[in-house]
Structure formats: structure tokens, C-alpha cells
Write a protein that binds this ligand. Structure first.
Ligand SMILES: CC(C)(COP(=O)(O)OP(=O)(O)OC[C@H]1O[C@@H](n2cnc3c(N)ncnc32)[C@H](O)[C@@H]1OP(=O)(O)O)[C@@H](O)C(=O)NCCC(=O)NCCS
Length: 163
């Protein structure tokens, strides 16, 4: 089995695993593509896709926090927010999620054109306790070295990873 991780761009846009595995409607696909193109034009690729033997089986989607409307935090420009990590059910527990996360961390530790050659400082995620959403389960992010910043309600935790 060969695992390859690629950045999503116009060429492989239809490989986004959520368009294939999550029962996404045509309207949502079209809105997601519009969002991805918008982020791409400002930041670059914001999705990493895991291909197992050439087939897209998982992804991690993220963006700088200050790309989102209504965010008014002084550290938003140098913070990456993970929206979602998802591995197709039949390919879980094979280390693919870890590979995606490690690939993202490696990339984000390099100087970035979005920051005029400076580096991002941290990654944040809204993780679910005893449930997979909003962006993925707490247990997975804890294993990847994220620490809990605060509890948001009974089921969601804000977690962060210092780059
Ligand atoms: C969470 C998820 C991304 C993990 O991907 P994966 O490829 O199965 O994870 P890995 O095999 O790389 O596991 C890495 C580590 O995390 C641990 N881990 C992963 N998911 C876990 C979970 N749900 N609970 C506890 N530990 C977990 C693994 O045991 C492993 O630990 P180890 O390195 O000590 O052995 C995957 O299970 C998934 O996609 N879940 C659904 C998430 C979802 O619904 N997302 C949509 C919301 S937008």
C-alpha cells in the first residue's frame, strides 16, 4: 500500500474526500469549492489529501484564522484553524490521520508567503469530546500533541498546538 499526501488545488479539486464519502449535496459541494478557491487565492492550498494507492481516502482542511469573517483576535493572523480532519471509515487506524497532521505541521513550521516569509505560531482546533465533530475527536488531537485551552459547552474543547 502506498500513501501519498498532496495539497488540493484546481487540478485535483474533485478528489476532496468529503465530496465522495460524506453524502455531501451538490449545493454544498459548489459552496465548498467557492470557499476553497477564495482561500487558495489569498493563502494557497488549504486542504491536504491522503491518497492510498492513488485513491483519495482522507483529508485535513485548515486556514489562517483571520481569513474567516468576524474574527477579531490579535493573534489570528499567525494562527491556523483546522476545520476538519476526516479519514474514510474503512481506512481508519492505519496511521493516515497522523501522517496528514505531521505533514501539515512540517509545512506550517516553514516561513510562509501569507506572512511575508514569517512563520505561523500555532494551530487551533475545536474538537469533540465523546463525538467526532466539530473538527475531529479530542482523543486524536491529544495524541498529536494538542493541549486543551478551554471547554466550550459540555462536548467541545478548544485545543492548540504550538508550532
Ligand atoms: C480521527 C481520525 C481522523 C483519526 O484518523 P486515523 O487515521 O484513524 O488515526 P491514526 O491511525 O493516524 O491514529 C493516530 C493516533 O490517534 C489515536 N486515535 C485516532 N482516533 C482516535 C479516537 N477516535 N479515539 C482515541 N484515539 C484515537 C490512534 O490510536 C493513534 O494512537 P497511537 O499513535 O498511539 O497508536 C479518523 O478516525 C476520522 O476521520 N474520524 C472521523 C472524524 C470526523 O467525523 N470528521 C468530520 C468532522 S469535520
Amino acid at each position: 500500500m502506498t500513501l501519498v499526501i498532496k495539497d488540493l488545488c484546481e487540478e485535483n479539486l474533485d478528489d476532496h474526500p468529503c465530496f465522495r464519502y460524506m453524502g455531501t449535496t451538490e449545493r454544498t459541494i459548489s459552496m465548498t469549492k467557492e470557499w476553497l478557491r477564495k482561500v487558495y487565492s489569498k493563502f494557497g492550498s488549504c486542504v491536504k489529501v491522503a491518497y492510498l494507492d492513488g485513491k483519495p481516502v482522507g483529508m485535513i482542511q485548515y486556514a489562517p484564522m483571520d481569513i474567516f469573517p468576524h474574527v477579531n483576535r490579535p493573534d489570528a493572523h499567525k494562527t491556523i484553524l483546522i476545520h476538519c480532519i476526516y479519514i474514510a471509515e474503512e481506512h481508519r487506524t492505519k496511521g493516515i490521520g497522523r501522517k496528514l497532521m505531521e505533514n501539515l505541521i512540517d509545512d506550517l513550521r516553514k516561513p510562509h508567503p501569507y506572512l511575508d516569509g514569517e512563520r505561523f505560531e500555532k494551530i487551533e482546533v475545536l474538537a469533540g469530546k465523546d463525538r467526532p465533530g466539530p473538527a475531529g475527536p479530542v482523543e486524536f488531537f491529544a495524541k498529536m500533541g494538542f493541549r486543551t485551552v478551554k471547554h466550550l459547552g459540555s462536548n467541545d474543547l478548544l485545543m492548540e498546538f504550538q508550532l
